[in-house]
Design a protein around this ligand. Structure first.
Ligand SMILES: [Zn+2]
Length: 471
């Protein structure tokens, strides 16, 4: 029996704006003092009126443009009524019938819509009870909904990563899942018969990219087991428990009618074409190089592997560093590819060990110089690794560091010639074996010569000179 899972994603992302969605309180997700960025509007005092944040609308329209969505001409906000202590008005201002963006595609996944709403306050549960912090109440929140066209967890994970990259590239949001700046919900169903959809379960509390895949896989498996055991899947909302690596029941899902959506009477309708900065031409012109464009360019221009390109485009710091190194190398394809390789494996390794990606001591020009030393054979890959570690730690000129530490390879044939004649004299047995046709003996002789030169010999040159001496 083959089961076909179907997944649709809903993603909420806090937008980076100066002020909140409907008032002039500051939008600062890093504010640690509770109830600091608040005002009568976001505290829902009676008689206050909301005002639409132009910057937030611009962000969503720009995101919509980047994913090739249809931008609405007419748009409006709606009240979504429900009671919760973190929603002081008793309703959230959201969008229902007329979202800002419809359609579009990201990472091969078709989008349904992107709309704008306001974030809720946050509840702090501790031993003293539950307290509410309104700093977050009213922060502009983008909601993006995909079509139910995903059939495996890997695609969902790739989609989420690409969306984070896009939001960061557009400087629309930091989109850290761990900080709750981007929140994922997955609607998952499993169909047992072709052409028939199963009952949908919503999974929330997915706080990391790793959890996206794990939560979806777990939920698919749970539903399959229910079906196999002759039980039915209940329509409900489940949470992802990171500790137990399992989903758990949270609540039974209410339908959309329960929210009693109706157009927000305190806000004007939006006629997008009336606003100059929202013209499609202006929005398109404002787009930087998008993540998938950059990835393709790296792959084509420097023949990078997709995984290496993905590593390099993940953060603005990495992008800026790599682009500066490429410029310092004159955009030479081979040198830049070598640089990419050293950034991903060696520099990446140092970062992983340190737990930070601090390159304050490593200007791109110095890194480029290191790459040129490797390319010219002056520095072995082992020597480059050691030099790089010193560069990251203390900074300095790569050539000087390599010299001071005796890491420069001996390129001088005179010096190497002496090493090679010594090896040939001392290693009679291996020499005889090599002459007798045993190729492996060559590797042994190269190793001996490297040892004699204290690791400073250029292995390529040693091989050539040995082969010549032994013919
Ligand atoms: Zn406010």
């Amino acid at each position: 029996m083959a089961y076909r899972p179907t997944i649709g994603l809903e993603v909420h992302a806090e937008l980076k704006t100066n002020t909140k969605m409907f008032c002039s309180s500051r939008n600062d997700p890093d504010e640690t003092r509770p109830n600091t960025n608040v005002c009568p509007v976001c505290l829902a005092h009676p008689g206050t009126l909301p005002v639409v944040n132009h910057e937030a609308v611009w962000h969503v329209l720009r995101i919509g443009t980047a994913v090739g969505g249809r931008l609405a001409d007419f748009s409006e906000f709606d009240r979504k009524s429900y009671f919760y202590p973190d929603i002081p008005k008793g309703y959230q201002i959201s969008q229902y019938e007329h979202p800002l963006v419809s359609g579009g595609e990201l990472a091969g996944v078709a989008l349904t819509r992107i709309h704008l709403e306001e974030d809720t306050a946050s509840s702090i549960h501790d031993v003293e009870g539950t307290r509410v912090d309104f700093n977050r109440a009213g922060i502009p929140l983008m909601e993006l909904v995909t079509e139910p066209v995903i059939h495996d967890s890997g695609t969902a994970g790739r989609f989420a990563r690409e969306l984070q990259l896009l939001l960061r590239t557009l400087e629309a949001g930091d989109a850290n899942l761990e900080k709750g700046e981007m929140r994922l919900e997955a609607n998952i169903s499993v169909s047992a018969r072709e052409g028939e959809l199963g009952t949908k379960v919503e999974v929330k509390n997915i706080n990391s990219f790793r959890s996206v895949e794990r939560a979806i896989d777990h939920e698919i498996q749970r539903q399959i087991e229910l079906i196999e055991n002759g039980k039915s899947v209940t329509q409900e909302t489940r949470g992802w428990d990171e500790g137990r690596q399992a989903t758990f029941h949270q609540r039974f899902k209410e339908g959309s009618a329960d929210y009693r959506y109706f157009p927000e009477p305190d806000l004007p309708k939006l006629r997008i074409s009336d606003i100059e900065t929202f013209s499609e031409k202006k929005l398109l012109a404002s787009l930087p190089e998008l993540p998938w464009e950059r990835r393709a360019r790296y792959q084509v221009s420097y023949a990078l592997k997709e995984s290496d390109a993905n590593y390099l485009i993940t953060t603005t710091d990495r992008i800026n560093f790599f682009d500066a190194v490429a410029r310092a190398l004159g955009e030479d394809a081979e040198l830049t590819a070598l640089a990419a390789n050293y950034i991903v494996s060696d520099l990446g390794g140092i970062f992983a060990k340190k737990g930070t990606e601090d390159i304050a001591n490593l200007p791109p020009a110095h890194f480029a110089k290191l790459i040129r030393l490797v390319a010219s054979g002056t520095l072995s890959s082992r020597g480059a690794k050691d030099t790089l570690a010193v560069l990251v730690e203390n900074g300095g000129d790569p050539e000087k560091i390599a010299q001071e530490r005796g890491l420069i390879q001996i390129q001088d044939t005179g010096t190497l010639q002496k090493v090679i004649s010594d090896v040939i004299r001392e290693e009679e047995k291996a020499v005889a074996e090599y002459r007798g046709g045993k190729e492996a003996a060559m590797q042994y002789l190269i190793g001996k010569a490297m040892q004699k030169s204290h690791g400073a010999g250029n292995p390529g040159m040693i091989r050539e000179m040995l082969a010549e001496a032994l013919t």
